[in-house]
Write a protein of this length. Structure first.
Length: 296
């Protein structure tokens, strides 16, 4: 059973990461396919898996998407700004042609599951995974289960208090909210504020990092208070290529101000951490989704 080949697909808005591997988290092979029009993209993805002999497929999809198997729109992409993908039956476009059991969740829930199964959150039952890149997304495990609720958490869009030093202007980088975390710290907001520059180019600028880390810290406080996680893990380009995580960690402790006095929060350096699986947390989580689909 352990050596049955499994498929893992990180279905992102800019690229599809197709991989094969095993239930122990070993990734055997992986390849990126650019995300273009839905039919063309999924034809290429299906062709990649075909003939490889996978026993099941785990999919971590960009959202919003319906992750409740009881929903009539299960596996469909919902109201995305990527209009060509709106209402596209992503899961159906894979499960039909490949004819294997499929597990399906959001890309960030998959990454959270990867860290909780194979990484630094192994053995924990309450975990938040936050990715900061072109957008901000959160995967959440509560009581050992991936959190879905009526849709799935969209904790990247929580509102934060504007820093009076912020020069971004009235509108943030989020088309929906002027004061949400994603709008203020993800790629589009960073570019808007700093003349097209990326966060990684600003990694050595203490003022820029202080501003971004302040917003992130506000969000980390909210997640700590609302989800009561045992660990918060950060991923994505902005987290991976700047010092924002250690800076936000300090600010988060300051903002909590001793109110949450648990051993986890008191050891803030191990409470708020960078991802531990070399960027493979998403794909490895998809392998676990595939393993679970096979067992179901
Ligand atoms: Zn927003």
């Amino acid at each position: 059973m352990d050596r049955q080949l499994l498929g893992a697909l990180e279905a992102g808005g800019t690229k599809m990461v197709c991989a094969t591997g095993y239930a122990d988290g070993t990734v055997l092979e992986s390849e990126e396919i650019p995300t273009t029009a839905p039919e063309e993209t999924m034809r290429a993805v299906v062709a990649w898996y075909r003939g490889k002999g996978i026993a099941a497929l785990g999919v971590g999809a960009f959202g919003p998407t319906a992750v409740d198997p009881a929903s009539p729109r299960y596996g469909h992409i919902l109201e995305t700004p990527k209009t060509a993908w709106r209402h596209f039956d992503l899961l159906g476009s894979l499960a039909g042609p490949l004819g294997v059991p499929c597990g399906y969740d959001t890309d960030v829930n998959a990454a959270c599951l990867g860290e909780a199964t194979f990484g630094c959150a192994r053995g924990l039952s309450d975990v938040v995974y936050l990715t900061i890149g072109t957008g901000v997304g959160a995967g959440v495990i509560v009581g050992g289960k991936l959190l879905h609720g009526m849709l799935h958490p969209e904790a990247g869009h929580i509102l934060v208090t504007r820093d009076p030093r912020d020069t971004i202007g009235e509108h943030s980088g989020c088309p929906y909210h002027d004061n949400c975390l994603e709008g203020l710290i993800a790629g589009p907001g960073v570019k808007k504020r700093w003349g097209g520059r990326r966060a990684s180019e600003l990694a050595g600028d203490p003022e820029a990092m202080d501003l971004l880390a302040g917003y992130l810290a506000q969000a980390l406080v909210t997640y700590t208070l609302c989800y009561s996680p045992e660990k918060i893990i950060l991923g994505g380009g902005v987290s991976d290529h700047t010092p924002i995580v250690p800076l936000a960690r300090e600010k988060c402790a300051e903002l909590l101000n001793g109110y949450i006095a648990t051993p986890e929060v008191e050891d803030i350096d191990t409470y708020i951490v960078n991802n531990s699986l070399d960027g493979k947390q998403g794909v490895m989580g998809c392998l676990e989704l595939a393993r679970r689909a096979l067992e179901a």
